[in-house]
Design a protein around this ligand. Structure first.
Ligand code: FES
Length: 329
């Protein structure tokens, strides 16, 4: 049964189809709701439930605290209305959405090994796949699992490519790794506002692990469109060891085509004779970026890495408006 969603106090009223989350319904109806991860880790989509009831899909979502539960705050991306509801938006930014989100069928057409347990998955999407470099998709995987992955390719008609790592015990990563070529799944895309701003000025791109996906896509865009930032551009890519720098050669090649860009790999366990940075991406930022407040940062990777970089930049006095990030669990 469908239900009505109203944005309080005098906002629009729109309809949620059965089984649709508040976020899905809002996006389908062209309503602007803030969101980032799409699966319950970032808390960006938190709304106040003023009236009505919802079903919580992910009861233990990391972004929901006991305080939120007491105050009636729910995640729009993880809540399905079970009655007509009224919601209040969270204070702060409500970003405009660059492209409407669509649900489509994607066929896995290729899997490529890039590094130990890290693969590139290529899906052909029925009806085309529009997105902006830096955005991500939600994949509906077997077992009712929904996970978000950023695209690593450039928008080019009907193809979406993702770089993903398989983790021991990771339900989502194993479900994706076990997909056979030829399998069709539902894909929702595009999501995310961590996209390339082309205005001139110092830029720093920081990728950790499979966070290379959105960074690679944005650097490819800058190369392809010959974007001239008219200032130094640093592209930092961190991993545990050199062999874990999946698609590092592709990132280096794309960066080499961007004016004023410098590519720096950084690994925790360097091989003998390693001529680049050693340690974490935060070490590389300290070593390479003299005046961080003058730069705009794009950061993508696991939450622990993204949070460390955000804390480092906050400490250095970089305004949060100059930090665009994509964090995934
Ligand atoms: Fe809903 Fe991140 S928790 S978008």
């Amino acid at each position: 049964m469908s239900h009505k969603i109203q944005i309080a106090p005098d906002g629009p009223i729109f309809e949620a189809r059965p089984d649709e989350t508040i976020l899905q319904a809002a996006r389908r109806n062209g309503q602007i709701l803030p969101y980032e991860c799409g699966w319950g880790s970032c808390g960006t989509c938190k709304v106040g439930l003023v009236e009505g009831s919802v079903d919580l899909i992910f009861q233990d979502a990391p972004a929901v605290s006991p305080r939120d539960a007491r105050r009636g705050r729910v995640l729009a991306c993880q809540s399905r209305p079970t009655s007509d509801i009224i919601i209040t938006p969270p204070p702060g930014h409500w970003e405009g959405l660059p492209l409407p989100c669509q649900e489509c069928t994607g066929e896995l057409i290729a899997v490529e090994e890039l590094a130990p347990e890290i693969r590139r998955f290529t899906f052909r999407v029925e009806g085309g796949a529009e997105f902006l470099p830096g955005q991500y998709a939600i994949l509906h995987l077997p077992g009712g699992i929904r996970r978000s992955y950023s695209m690593c390719n450039l928008p080019c008609g009907d193809t979406l490519q993702f770089i993903a790592k398989r983790y021991d015990g990771g339900a989502g990563s194993n479900a994706l790794a076990d997909l056979a070529v030829g399998t069709c799944i539902t894909i929702e895309a595009p999501f995310g506002v961590c996209t390339l701003r082309k205005k001139a000025g110092r830029k720093v791109f920081v990728a950790g692990g499979t966070g290379i996906s959105p960074i690679l896509s944005m650097i490819r865009q800058a190369a392809e469109e010959a974007v001239d930032f008219n200032a130094p551009v640093d592209v930092i890519y961190g991993a545990r060891s050199a062999v874990d720098l999946a698609a590092g050669n592709e990132l280096a090649a794309a960066a080499a085509r961007v004016r004023h860009a410098r590519y720096t790999p950084v690994v925790e366990m360097p091989p003998e004779g390693w001529g680049y940075q050693q340690g974490f991406v935060t070490n590389a930022i300290t070593a390479l970026i003299n005046a961080p407040t003058e730069a705009e940062f794009y950061v993508a990777g696991p939450p622990v890495m993204v949070n460390s970089v955000k804390a480092q930049l906050k400490e250095a006095g970089v305004p949060i408006t100059q930090v665009h990030y994509d964090s995934f669990g």
